[in-house]
Design a protein around this ligand. Structure first.
Ligand code: AMP
Ligand code: MG
Length: 337
């Protein structure tokens, strides 16, 4: 056997995940935008060291430039180059949950540019649990700044098709890693003022965070521009969203349908009036989180005017699902974006 087997020309090889990773890395290095699969939602990524590329993320999303982005890393080993101080609690959470749906907010080093942090003294850092994203990050050797790959204010994408439908040719490359396993965004824990605070509930439950830290992790929702995922109206489908306790859902749906609107119910429910359509979602919080965004999108595609939903109990991933439903139901300034 010859020590140098001839390498077939690229066109002769079938496309593979490894070709796609090559392409994603090349596009990022050239300053382009890549939609990256993660376990939470798809991200719209740029090389965090390339300010022009990072600024394009804001333009494509229609996101205000003061809203900071999460920097995605290939491992916790890179923490020190992005954060000046890593408190013991932050290190413990990183050890317990990375790679995974946890974002740490820490005081930044100069490596985190103003374009990424919105000019704040803090940076948000995460190691995503998706093999393709991790491969891209390891090969790139730096950080990828990425918010969710959808238009600002709208429903986050949990599949490559969602990204294409939202952003189309404005993304230079969509790396298809299949449907997202967690389905809601990461939990954001802020350590920048010493003690931990939950800025956004997400894929790691508050109970799990508190178990590892051994202290309570209070919610801190300041609103304002610091974290877009904490604005009152966000994650919103095109259809209006009305929340009601489960036992009142059927009556609410009937009243809305009687007023002439096309009504969908999020979840399986018996005894619905004619014309009201139920979109089943799993009853458990983990399943509900995984299916939430894809189901809201399916309802929008079918052209309903209003969605009625019952928020799950605020335990485990139920807290994140409730948070997203409440923000999607909040009054909108301009149709939800
Ligand atoms: P997105 O997935 O587009 O909603 O963006 C990720 C979330 O991380 C947003 O809610 C950001 O505002 C939040 N985030 C990023 N950097 C910071 C930071 N330095 N402080 C607080 N939140 C941040
Ligand atoms: Mg988002």
């Amino acid at each position: 056997m010859s020590p140098r087997a001839p390498v077939p020309p690229p066109a002769a090889r079938p496309p593979s995940a490894s070709d796609d990773v090559d392409r994603a890395v090349a596009v990022l290095r050239a300053g382009g935008l890549v939609a990256l699969p993660t376990e939470t939602v798809y991200g719209l990524g740029a090389d965090a060291a390339n300010e022009l590329a990072v600024r394009r993320i804001f333009a494509v999303k229609g996101r205000p430039s003061t809203h900071p982005l999460i920097v995605h890393l290939s491992g916790a080993g890179a923490l020190e180059s992005w954060a000046t101080a890593v408190p013991e609690g932050a290190r413990r959470l990183a050890e317990a949950f990375w790679p995974g749906p946890l974002t740490l907010v820490l005081l930044r080093t100069a490596r985190a540019s103003d374009a990424v942090t919105g000019g704040q003294p803090t940076v948000a850092l995460r190691v995503p649990a998706h093999p393709l994203a991790l491969e891209v990050l390891a090969r790139l050797g730096g950080g990828v700044a990425a918010p969710s790959a959808n238009r600002f204010g709208g429903v986050s994408p949990t599949s490559a098709e969602h990204v294409r439908a939202d952003l189309g040719p404005e993304v230079d490359f969509v790396l298809d890693g299949g449907p997202c396993a967690v389905g809601v965004e990461s939990s954001i824990v802020d350590f920048s003022s010493g003690s931990p605070a939950l800025l956004r509930p997400g894929g790691v439950s508050r109970e799990a965070l508190e178990r590892v830290l051994g202290v309570l992790v209070p919610t801190r929702s300041e609103g304002g521009p610091r974290a877009p995922g904490t604005l009152p109206s966000h994650y919103a489908p095109r259809a209006g969203l009305v929340l009601a306790p489960r036992e009142a859902l059927a009556a609410r749906a009937a009243a809305l349908a009687a007023s002439g609107r096309r009504v969908a119910v999020l979840g399986q429910l018996d005894g619905l009036p004619a014309g009201v359509v139920a979109y089943p979602v799993p009853e458990d919080a983990v399943g509900f989180a995984r299916e939430l965004y894809a189901t809201l999108r399916a309802i929008d595609e079918a052209g309903f005017d209003v969605i009625v939903a019952a928020p799950p109990p605020p335990e485990g991933l139920g807290l994140a699902v409730r948070d997203r439903l409440e923000r999607a139901a909040a009054p909108r300034k301009s149709g939800g974006g």
